[in-house]
Design a protein around this ligand. Sequence first.
Ligand code: PEP
Ligand code: MG
Length: 758
Amino acid sequence: MNIREPDHLNLLCDMGDLTAIVAGDSDIETFLERTTILVAKHLKAHVCSIYLAGSRSGDLVLNATRGLNPDAVRQVRMKPGEGLVGKCFSTGKILREGNARKTPGFKYFDNAGEDPFNSFLCVPIQRGMTRIGVLVVQHEEIDHFTLFDERTLKTAVTQLAGAIENARLLMGLSPEENGQPPKGGTQQGLPVFIKGKSDSSGAAYGMVRSSKKNRKAMLSEPDTSGTAYTMEDFKAALDKTLKDLKDLQEKFASSLPESASLIFTAHFMMLKDKNFTGKMESLIAAGESPARAIQRMAGKYIGIFSASPHAYLREKAVDVEDLGIRLLSNLKASQEASAPGKGSIVVAEDLYPSDVLKLTADGIKGIILAGGGVTSHVTILARSLDLPLIIADDPVLLDLPDDTTLLMDTAQGNIYINPDRKTLDLFSAQRDAEKKSVPHDILDETFTRDNEKIRLLANINLLSELRLAKELKSEGIGLYRTEFPFLIRPGFPSEDEQYLIYKKLFDQVRPHHTTTIRTLDAGGEKTLSYAGLAKEPNPALGLRSIRFALKYREVFDTQVRAILRAALGKQNIRLMFPLISSIDEFLDAKQVVMDCARDLDREGIAHNADIDIGMMIELPAVLSTIDEFAGLADFFAVGTNDFIQYMVGADRANKLVTDHYIPHHPAVCRGIRTIAKAAQAKGIDVSVCGEMAHDPVHIPFLIGAGISTLSVDPKFIPKTQQVVMNLSLKAAREYARELLAQSSIRGTAKVMAAQSWK
Ligand code: PEP
Ligand code: MG
């Protein structure tokens, strides 16, 4: 068989790049044309064509081709069901024919120049429940396309579907109706569409409320208020600020425990600080105007903090800024524009985390950040609040008039400006179809076809994700990443703050379900800017994870104490350490837990140390002593994201080495089998909680290799369950044996390509 896997990987990467650059100014024709060129090149096909269904007539129209007669574009058309192309479209099934011209139903278009092509592979382009068109590749040689080509093309087309649908929405693509090239363009000088990035979910449609003004300027602009405000006004502003913050904190205390309690700690302290607000009062008493007094004191502390060599102090300048602006706004409340209304979309250059909470409480529908330097905290907050947020560094956004309507589609990162009726209709039809495609018949437990139980757990980062995990019937939490409370604040959260968060987590998971909490995995790609660490030349190999925790014992002890206290009265709590590299390190970390339990005992503080202690397997270094580890740990959790990265030496986040980051590398496969065998021999649970665990291509191998627990992001649970239910353990074992017998990437790729399940 002709195996061309490196090229297939390149195709997928190129598709990713291509879809990422479909922006407002690139026209659909160019995009489709580039797609056909790329697909033809990587699949070594003589022809690649894209047929799209007209939004009114439903006819399939040749929209782009590489290899057929270019004059046939927009001329060749067929009804769904007509010819092989129409059949693929109407059935929604992939068609792979070794000799298409001999296949019943083949339809020949003499103006297209199809005569010499025998092999034919046609894949439907589908978005949610909506079928948009088909992509066809052809080759002169009989039986040219393989099953592997078929799978790769299917994946590539899945990537493409969003961009094509997107382009149809954008440009009202219905070329066959008017025979004209699609319109791109602008409306009254405004673009139709702006492309951004989004890490949140959902969509929003509403009127713009722009926060054009650089709010930071309030702190330095000349004070023209003179004697307009008095000491009473200042005190009222102080009270109002305190009340606003308390209200916000209360409002979000239960839904967002990680954020609400932590965001405002510094604000409350400063509001009562003699050297800050106390000094403002003294200045006003001495004749300074209240506005100027606020500006002076805020300016002074911003200056001091910003000049600090310590990153965590520099970040405190942000809190002072936020507070200074709040005080000034409350002082001048009567002169300020009204707050963004319910249902509006806020466009701002940047926002503080506290602003995001405030705006959410005001009932806004979404946020667009149009400035550079957006902090990850704001993004994470928006995600946990289910608030659509798009980051688009385009100055046009800040100048949009306030009556502009916007449509935000976070799935694509798209912002449609004054979308027309047709765009809105297409968009809502697409959303309805997506909703319909969510399976509703999820089972409480997951078994293979031959009745082998596979436990499906959830990975969560935020407590707010628990809801979906429960709704989708996860059997517990396989990985709770504790980093968020450490990221949201410019300082380490206290023991009590952490205790409240962990208790909430343990309280919310059903008692008979497992909750696996991972100790702080700081460093690497999860940098704590305030930790005061020197910038590392190679953070992935630096002071990260358990190494950081063991070096900064106070930080580690605080967290472990909070976990043990929160576990009081609970069962099925599991604690695990990330990035363990040696038996010594594991024993040291375990000793910390025992020391913390002993200290809590001595201090008479109630806790529960009767919990399972396990480890993440992420470093190849543990493989040679894995049997001994299995005798010491209560469970293993394989973090394949890192395990692959370290096994093959390819950065998990570096696009340049995506081709080298190969989950089916024999070393990775054999490593996983070794881990599973060691766990089975000692009777301990072994789960996989990296991205591999939800990938249908890899699930059969994992199960066949002896992994009986998969932990995945909640949204992947239904799909993962379906894949597991469709396979038998017996066949999965046979398949894993075949894969493990291979010593090369080509070999494993070949076995994968031949696997019969989808
Ligand atoms: C992993 O490495 O696979 C893992 C689950 O941990 P994280 O992605 O948080 O590093
Ligand atoms: Mg990891």
